[in-house]
Design a protein around this ligand. Structure first.
Ligand SMILES: NC(=O)C1=CN([C@@H]2O[C@H](COP(=O)(O)OP(=O)(O)OC[C@H]3O[C@@H](n4cnc5c(N)ncnc54)[C@H](OP(=O)(O)O)[C@@H]3O)[C@@H](O)[C@H]2O)C=CC1
Ligand SMILES: CC(C)CCC[C@@H](C)[C@H]1CC=C2C3=C(CC[C@@]21C)[C@@]1(C)CC[C@H](O)C[C@@H]1CC3
Length: 417
């Protein structure tokens, strides 16, 4: 049977859930942008005012946004230090991916630095966040439609297992084609790591610059948020190749959900703590700042340790760094780690990621719930993602996965969940 009209179980609440999310996600993002700049900064409750179309729509913002996407695409197409091969596809072929994301980050920093040196007003970016986010949302809708149409011409072997139910709303949301690309430019791989993640740290930087302009210097809290999140983005780009084995690349189609998530949701909502700090300065004493740094370092240590251990093991199980770890054999020939980080809980990398999420919110103090939005949303995202991943692992590994769950009973938080 071809994947068109395939019987893969519907996720995200089916077509109705998909339609609701396509409204709810952009509205939530615009709400957060409006609330972060308001005096009460209430996460729950109405926004301070409802913006008119003239405040949301700006041709300059759209041009700036398209120029940003163009710059990142140009950096993607530059010669790479390495070209990696993706997982084997249904037709037994493997796609090639440039590994130059970190290079793109450094070159973007140079371009922005040069721009600032010749008078680019980086500090005005925070005032443009609303129209930029709106332009980015429009781009995501239009681009998702083009991807949906492109998939009509794709062979059945190029379609994703999930996003081909036959319901146009659901398929538009989930994405029909697994790896849509034009020649070397792989749209999903490009969007997952470049415009959104690099855009996020650029917005953070602009907020830091603007804070210095408004108050004479940037606060310690703002420096911490900028530093922690830059480390996170730098790490993701440095370990870019690891993205090739994630479910986003190997399993999910490229539709509105991932596209909007990658290029719009990430830069405009993940920068929420820095947005909050610009409008709600927080006094942070050194002992508290040190404790928060320690918390972030602990989270990063677990996150990186767990991810590197699995990646090293998957590349070469005889590598001396992982050769002594206990494993379970599966019918597929692959093994599952059952000691080390992956013997502690079934998703140690999620645990580290969540600890870091807490450390990013704490510099914003405890007077408002708003800066903790990321932690709340991220917990929900990872619990849902973990359930999806476990379903796929059960399908792949069957009894061996059940044995792993028996040996490692907790999912993310030892003795609790
Ligand atoms: N900031 C953000 O918004 C987000 C961040 N993330 C982060 O991205 C990173 C990647 O996350 P994600 O793609 O969800 O998943 P993981 O990196 O956790 O990968 C899950 C896969 O790992 C393999 N695996 C699971 N258990 C074991 C084991 N015991 N031994 C060996 N292999 C195992 C399985 O694949 P196989 O066996 O096929 O190799 C499984 O499908 C994480 O660090 C996560 O925290 C993720 C989503 C959003
Ligand atoms: C808004 C929707 C409900 C959900 C959108 C989800 C996306 C924002 C995330 C899906 C998987 C992601 C990953 C990352 C960023 C967020 C998205 C795109 C990372 C690149 C973050 C850095 C890590 O080191 C790797 C992550 C891979 C998955």
């Amino acid at each position: 049977m071809t994947p068109q009209g395939s019987q893969a179980p519907l996720e995200f609440g089916g077509p109705l859930g998909a339609a609701s999310l396509m409204v709810l996600l952009p509205v939530t993002m615009l709400h957060l942008l409006l609330v972060a700049g308001s005096e009460p900064a209430r996460l729950l409750g109405p926004p301070p005012y409802l913006p008119g179309l003239e405040e949301l729509w700006s041709p300059q913002a759209l041009l700036l946004w398209l120029a940003w996407l163009g710059l990142q695409a140009a950096l993607y197409l530059l010669p790479a230090r390495k070209v990696a091969e993706g997982q084997e596809l249904k037709d037994k072929s493997r796609l090639q991916y440039p590994i130059n994301g970190f290079q793109a980050l450094v070159l973007t920093a140079l371009v922005v630095g040069l721009g600032v040196a010749v008078g680019l007003p980086l500090g005005t970016l925070p005032e443009m966040l609303l129209p930029l986010a709106f332009a980015s949302t429009l781009t995501a809708f239009v681009f998702s439609l083009l991807l949906y149409l492109k998939a009509l011409l794709a062979p059945a072997s190029a379609l994703a297992p999930g996003g081909n139910s036959g319901n146009p709303i659901y398929d538009f949301f989930l994405g029909r084609e697994l790896n849509p690309r034009i020649r070397y430019l792989d749209f999903k791989y490009f969007c997952e790591l470049r415009p959104g993640l690099i855009g996020w740290v650029l917005i953070n930087l602009a907020l830091l610059v603007q804070e210095a302009k408004l108050r004479g210097s940037s606060s310690l809290a703002m420096w911490l948020v900028n530093g922690f999140q830059l480390l996170y983005v730098g790490d993701a780009l440095w370990h870019e190749e690891a993205i090739l084995t994630t479910m986003d690349i190997t399993h999910d189609g490229f539709g509105f959900m991932l596209l909007f998530g990658d290029i719009t949701w990430v830069p405009f909502t993940y920068s929420l703590q820095a947005q909050f700090l610009l409008h709600h300065p927080q006094a942070l004493e050194l002992p508290m700042a040190s404790a928060i740094c320690l918390l972030n370092a602990t989270g990063y240590y677990i996150f990186r340790g767990a991810n590197s251990q699995k990646n090293t093991f998957r590349k070469n199980p005889s590598d001396p760094r992982v050769a002594d770890l206990e494993t379970i054999s599966t019918a597929t020939g692959r093994q599952l780690l059952v000691s080390g980080w992956w013997g502690m809980v079934r998703h140690p990398n999620y645990l580290g990621d969540l600890i870091m999420a807490l450390a990013w919110s704490l510099p914003c103090g405890t007077s408002h719930l708003l800066p903790y939005f990321y932690l709340l949303y991220f917990t929900a995202l990872l619990v849902h993602r973990e359930a999806r991943d476990e379903r796929q692992c059960l399908q792949k590994y069957g009894l061996a996965w059940r044995e792993y769950c028996r040996r490692v009973p907790y999912r993310i938080l030892p003795y609790i969940y």
